[in-house]
Design a protein around this ligand. Sequence first.
Ligand code: SF4
Ligand code: SF4
Length: 310
Amino acid sequence: MTKKEQDTRFIKETAYALGFQMVGVSKAEFMEDEARKLEQWLNLNYHGEMGYMANHFDKRVNPSLLVPGAKSVISLIYNYFPEEKQHPDAPKLAKYAYGKDYHYVIKYKLKELMKMIQGELGEVSGRVFVDSAPLLERDLAKRAGLGWIGKNTMLINPKKGSFFFLAEVVVDLDLEVDAPMKDFCGTCTRCIDACPTEAIAPEGYYMDGSKCISYLTIELKENIPPSFKGKMENWMFGCDICQDVCPWNRFSSPHTEPEFKPADGLLDMKHADWEELTEEVFQKVFKKSAVKRTKFSGIKRNLEFLKKKD
Ligand code: SF4
Ligand code: SF4
């Protein structure tokens, strides 16, 4: 086995031991096709108020600019599919937000991985990322053979579905790269048909982020436009519809990460509890959760919007 193969094997085995479900490698280089696609998406103004998507364009499409001498990108997936369910009449939260904020949980694991790589392989420079830097995470994961980008624009793995977080380690190590996977969406259009706000382009693969319920309930700072009244399907924070309907998610199995266990009391909350939510209860239940991103005022705004009928 060559040194490159040995290093790659060590990194993958270590990542699996830390709880990541899949690991793949791609070359740190300019991503030409993806750059073109991102440019088109930005020109269509599909990023809404997410101005950060337009920032750092050069770095976003070229991970080798993020770390001096970068040679490889290690892409990883971490399952968050919950076993538990919310009360059926409660306003809905995206599944990824049930437990502790994934940024902390996964960043800690990535740092551990980096330390172990440096401990075993000597002087290695690198940076770890989880939803935190200008990186085209889904495209990198696709290049690393972890799945294909479906018509719902999520990364889909044929054995794991799509309910997982993506993370990356960019390193100056030369590693064995993986081969990309083919697209298995075929003639399916379930996600496009099910999206209540018609955020997914009719032919799929493009999303108008400014129409997506995730954007409207989390990213948008102003009031939700009245044109979305009656279309939110009771989603209060994020939306999982285009993943819930995807046939590949029948392969999702529950995570085993204790940090992602739902916050105490969260799943007992019924419709009336949400209606009466006070700032004190919000701070307690969501103390360590990603839901804090919207702040109490954001959740209240979303709940008010769900109540409006006309
Ligand atoms: S997350 Fe919901 S609103 Fe956004 S594209 Fe998917 S189904 Fe549509
Ligand atoms: S629902 Fe169908 S079309 Fe949409 S991502 Fe899944 S397989 Fe692809």
